[in-house]
Design a protein around this ligand. Structure first.
Ligand code: DHK
Length: 160
């Protein structure tokens, strides 16, 4: 965790982008036996609380559009210190999103609510994993909090 006394004298809080792809807005309604009962608002609240404890700022977003997701990743280049992403179904299909993440030159942590390796075979391939520092899957929405903790640690190590 970043120490408050360090934060108050030094640069502003690091910004972490938390990006969500298609159908993540359907959390709470969608296949609750797999994805649980928490909604996207609950995920955002968990991320906001976790970020506050860690002393980092977050920009939390969701879109169903591949192009919009890619545009956001491009916009965070040079502006954010890291990207946490649950790309939904684009995880398994989008070379373009993978290229955008690479071009961002930011550390990336991939999150999945479900364990994609226990599911259908087409979910076992992740283009995001090819450019991510690490991946958290199968731990429900808690994966977002764990990813934020790992990202904050990584950022403060890089800064020291
Ligand atoms: C979410 C999705 O929408 C799926 O397309 C992925 C992921 C799994 C999740 O577990 O969060 O295959």
């Amino acid at each position: 965790m970043l120490r408050p006394e360090v934060m108050s004298h030094a640069s502003p809080m690091p910004l972490i982008a938390v990006l969500n792809g298609p159908n993540i807005n359907m959390l709470g309604l969608r296949q609750p036996h797999l994805y649980g009962s928490a909604t996207l608002d609950d995920v955002e609240q968990l991320c906001a609380e976790t970020a506050e404890q860690l002393g980092v700022a977050i920009d939390f977003r969701q879109t169903n559009g591949e192009g919009e997701l890619i545009t956001w990743v491009q916009e965070f280049r040079g502006r954010a210190s890291g990207i946490i992403i649950n790309a939904g179904g684009y995880t398994h299909t989008s070379v373009a999103l993978m290229d955008a993440l690479l071009a961002s030159e930011l550390p990336v942590i991939e999150v999945h609510i479900t364990n994609i390796h226990r599911r259908e075979e087409f979910r076992h391939v992740s283009y995001i994993s090819k450019v991510a520092v690490g991946m958290i899957a199968g731990l429900g929405i808690q994966g977002y909090a764990l990813a934020l903790t790992a990202m904050a640690d990584m950022i403060s190590e890089n800064d020291s």
